[in-house]
Design a protein around this ligand. Sequence first.
Ligand SMILES: O=C(O)CCC(=O)C(=O)O
Ligand SMILES: [Fe+2]
Length: 305
Amino acid sequence: MVSPRLYELGTLSVLVASRSAWELSHGITYLDPSSPVSRNLQIGGYQGLEERWLLEKSLRIPNLPGSSSCMRLSKLLAPSFAQQLLAQVQSQSYAVDNDSVDGLPSFEYYPMINGTWSDEELGKLLQPMVQELILPYVRSRYSCEECTVAEILVRRYLSEERRTHNLHFDGHAYATVVLGLTPPDEYEGGLYIQPTPHSNSRRFVQLEPGDLFVHSFDLQHGVRLWSGSRYSLIFWIKSSPAAVATGTTPWYHRSAAEGDPDAMYNLAGQFLQGIEGEVDVMEALMCGCKIGKVSFCIMEGQSFG
Ligand SMILES: O=C(O)CCC(=O)C(=O)O
Ligand SMILES: [Fe+2]
């Protein structure tokens, strides 16, 4: 018979074995590798794997159920392609203007702005993947026939520059695709999602170079690095070419009218920033009031992505 002490030690070793030492010391938890719904993907000439996590968001608003999902797409792009992209983006100069999430120097580089390539060379590398993989996938996954890429940006996280990108929604994007560029053994931490207000729902996402991570406007996320450097390529997608041309966010009106609290919260942010026309504090407050406690977040000055 196993003595209680040995049994305890046995349990402890199982716990320790399932989470690495630094994972435990930093309180980091990854998306559960055993819980996604997985399927093989074939999109045009691309083949790979889709893992989809369903996320319970009900804690955002007490008594209101809600869910979102996020997907990791792997093996679709050759690691050598990601390496080529990384080499190309590392040679660019990065902006140090104020970041929209935290107001600190952004260290961003934009190869596409408002649907137009500003970096033709990177455009040549990315265009086939955008047209033949990213858009067909997003259009089909979100039943959004007209979904169109609005912005593409690179984010650089170097130790002397940036360690975090605080928790936020991508308020101006119907869907976001993040392409991992840096091997995950070159840094500790990385991109995380957080479906509820409590940080205990935070889950980090392991992205190998060439893996894609996909989520929608209603999923809060951020980046936290404890060491090393990381580059990521981000695609912000709007629901139609007209939304790209006008820089607007038409998808919120319907979701907000249907009572989606995150849509109302983001719509309030759009009114405050004047993205839906004039800056309209009254409309923003109306959205905030409808969602009760979420308006508190706006009052608290939580930033909008
Ligand atoms: O760097 C990343 O992986 C994500 C950055 C992000 O969330 C953003 O730019 O909105
Ligand atoms: Fe984001």
